[in-house]
Structure formats: C-alpha cells, structure tokens
Design a protein around this ligand. Structure first.
Ligand code: KG4
Length: 352
C-alpha cells in the first residue's frame, strides 16, 4: 500500500464543501482517497504489478480477485489516515468506467453498498474525467477552458475542458492507446510489464534519432494512431534477430519514444492554438513520461501557453482525481438517483 505524499490543495473549491470518500478500481490499482473542501486528506493505492508482471499484462480475473481482497482494508486505512470515520463522510464517489468490467464492479459495488446502507449520497465518476482533472490537484490549477491530453494504457485523447464537468473530445486514438503501444513495444523487447516506465528509462541511454520510425499524422484531425509505429518497431527488431545481430534496445526505445512524444506534442499544441486556450494539461499513466512532459513544457513556453502536469502519483490511476471530479459533479448535478440500477460501463461516453 502506497501513500501519495503531497501538499494541501489550493484549487478552485466546489460550491459546497463536503467530506468525500472516493474509490477507484478500473484496472489493476485499488485506490481510495478522502478529500474535504478541496483539501486532500489521504490517498492510498494498492498496486498489482507483482501479480501481472509474470504474464506480461493485466489478467482480468486475477485483477478482480485482488481488488476484492484489497478494497475494504484499503478503504479503512484511508479513512484512518485522513483521521475521519465513515460516519463523518458526506459524499461517496466511485469510478463507473471505462475499464475492466470485473475490476470496476468490485470498487463500484463496494462503494454503492456503503451508500445504500448508510444513506450517504453517491456519485458515479468517469475515469477519464478524473484523468482530465488530475492537474487541478496541483497547488495552482489551470484556468478553463483548457486543452487536456489524456494518455494511459486504455486511452489516448485530446479534450477541450470547458468546466469541471463539461469535456469535449477533440480527437482520440483510432487503434492502440499510447500506453498500450509502450507496453507492447516493451513486451517485444522482452522488458517486464508495465512497459512504459521501462522503455522510458532505457530511452534515456539511447539515441532518439537512431531510427526514423513513422509518425501517423492523420491529416488535420486530432486523432491518433500508434499501431503502424508499433509494427514498424516489431519489423526492425525482427530484422536484427533474423540476422543474429544484437538488438540495440536503448536506441529502439529512444527512437520509439521520440515518435510518440512528437505526435502527442504537435497535436496537443495544435488543438490548444486552434481553440485559443491559454492552458494545457496532461493526465493518465503516460503523462508520467519525462520526455513528454519536457517536450510539452518547451512547446508551451514557446507559444505563451501555461503547461500543467500532475504530480507523478496522480498521473497513474488514483482515487484523489475521482474525489475531485465527484465533488464537482455532485455540486452541479446532485447525487445518483437510481443507485441500485446503475451499473458500470467498459466504454466511456467521453470517448476512448
Ligand atoms: O493511467 P494508468 O495507470 O492506467 C490506465 O488507466 O491505463 O496508465 C498505465 C499506462 C501503462 O500503459 C504504462 O506503461 C504507462 O501508463 N506508463 C508510462 C510511463 N509510466 C506509466 N508510459 C510511458 N512512460 C512512462 N514513464
């Protein structure tokens, strides 16, 4: 179990201060957080990397079972760390989707059950809304409207965020998500799961110009495509192997990362300039990538745009972003009225 150590928040308060318990279980991280009046009191995560790494990816059945094991003790530990009891909680927020249905069902049903038994109001939160808003967990948050690049293992999309609850999808991946491409390239190079951090670490030792891997621009659209890039990396690696030559892993990683970072940076900047926004945010696991953060920060400075990246603990899946999104959603739309009939979803209405 890991605690997200961070400073108190100073972001925009939701209209009604409320002590919120949030639960997140969309993939392979069980997470819980307690937030009060825009101050994060506790945020804990129980990861499953050790369980899935030997399979080279998340095994859904094992993930669900692990969530079942972790969710209650993790929630109790989070309440304890926040110094509050369940009786103090005024709002429960839980991730409804997108993600693995079995994983989602564990955290969502657990949170719904608490709400049903205690009568504490409940809000369903879209995981992507959490990632879009995660930079608002910073001490100084962006202004609306802003452009948000959301890049994780299941998603790559650019949003125009008009408020804490209104997001317009400007473009999204037509095939693999950016994180998925990192994970697949890592797997073909024989690196452990999750591959993103491994590939980016080796990339720092390699030459980003060693191989000119393809960039898929898809005309003027803000959509992405990473499958051609992944196939190109595979073909290059196979050529080395067929000739019995050593694969220059560091150069492959650096050149692959450079291709992903260039496309993500150029499209996000174009989206911001076209929509005349003054702030860009990033979120999702791939937003932990240092090369991407540096590239976006550099281009934003050149174009007079403010760049906001979440703290590393809030790039990957966490419940603090679910608490923040849930508070604003409750303030604007109220609680979920149809608790027992509300189910999880694997695909988001926000687009994936
Ligand atoms: O947001 P997240 O924790 O879970 C999803 O909702 O998917 O993102 C996990 C993804 C994985 O694909 C992982 O390889 C990638 O984020 N990732 C990275 C880095 N850290 C995590 N990709 C590139 N560079 C990183 N430093």
């Amino acid at each position: 179990m890991q605690a997200d150590k961070r400073k108190p928040l100073k972001t925009v308060s939701p209209p009604t201060p409320m002590l919120t318990l949030a639960i997140e279980s969309s993939c392979d991280d069980t997470a819980a957080a307690v937030m009060n009046d825009n101050r994060l009191l506790a945020s804990l995560r129980s990861g499953q990397e050790d369980i899935h790494s030997r399979f080279g990816g998340v095994v859904p059945e094992l993930a669900s079972r692990e969530h079942l094991r972790a969710v209650q003790p993790l929630t109790e530990a989070t309440l304890q760390e926040a110094g509050v009891s369940l009786a103090d909680i005024e709002l429960i927020a839980a991730t409804r989707g997108p993600g693995l249905v079995g994983s989602l069902l564990v955290g969502f049903s657990f949170a719904k059950s608490i709400s049903y038994v205690t009568g504490i109001p409940f809000v369903c939160v879209d995981h992507l809304a959490g990632h879009i808003l995660s930079a608002f967990l910073n001490e100084t948050g962006p202004d609306f409207p802003c452009v948000s690049l959301t890049v994780s293992g299941g998603t790559s999309a650019i949003y125009l965020a008009e408020s804490f609850t209104r997001f317009r999808c400007l473009g999204r991946t037509r095939d693999d998500a950016a994180g998925e491409a990192f994970d697949k390239v890592a797997k073909l190079l024989g690196l452990p799961y999750p591959g993103g951090p491994q590939v980016s670490k080796l990339a720092t030792e390699g030459n980003p110009a060693a191989f000119k891997f393809p960039r898929s621009w898809l005309g003027d659209s803000f959509d992405f495509s990473f499958s051609g890039l992944k196939t190109s990396v595979l073909n290059r690696v196979n050529r080395f192997r067929q000739k019995g030559e050593e694969v220059p892993v560091n150069d492959i990683c650096a050149s692959f990362e450079a291709a992903v970072v260039e496309v993500l940076t150029v499209k996000t900047l174009k989206a911001a300039l076209k929509n005349e926004v003054k702030d860009i945010t990033i979120g999702g696991g791939v937003s932990a990538n240092l090369a991407l953060r540096e590239s976006l920060a550099r281009e934003c400075t050149k174009n007079g745009i403010k760049f906001h990246a979440p703290q590393l603990a809030f790039c990957t899946d966490n419940a603090a972003m679910i608490a923040l999104a849930g508070q604003h959603q409750f303030a604007e739309n109220g609680a979920c009225e149809n608790l027992l009939d509300t189910d999880v979803y694997s695909r988001s209405p926000l687009g994936q």
